[in-house]
Write a protein that binds this ligand. Structure first.
Ligand code: ZN
Length: 105
């Protein structure tokens, strides 16, 4: 009468989904702090931070969406499985290593 969560798509990435959700919340807070900060002298630095924070939020929400859709951990280009070691380092990875390299080269 036990449900094998590891075998289901949702259960398989439950841990990464939790950590991505936490990261998403942290980045959202950060974004709010950055947008409400009133110190104009750091405007340039803040703009860079805002850009980076928005980019992370994009990447995290994309990863969360792929987990929900069941496509998480699969390369968006060649449909190969992204190695778990890579996902551990880069939880929001969308491509396998060869495709990522091609993408940049
Ligand atoms: Zn690929």
């Amino acid at each position: 009468m036990s449900v094998d969560m590891e075998a289901t798509g949702q259960g398989r990435f439950a841990v990464v989904r939790t950590s991505l959700s936490e990261e998403f919340a942290a980045q959202t807070t950060r974004l709010q702090q950055l947008t409400t900060a009133a110190d104009a002298s750091e405007a340039h630095e803040r703009a860079a931070l805002l850009f980076a924070t928005r980019q992370s939020l994009d990447q995290i929400s994309g990863a969360l969406r792929r987990i929900a859709e069941g496509t998480y951990g699969t390369c968006e280009k060649c449909a190969a499985s992204i190695p778990p070691e890579r996902l551990e380092v880069l939880p929001h990875a969308r491509f396998c290593v060869p495709c990522q390299q091609k993408h940049h080269g």
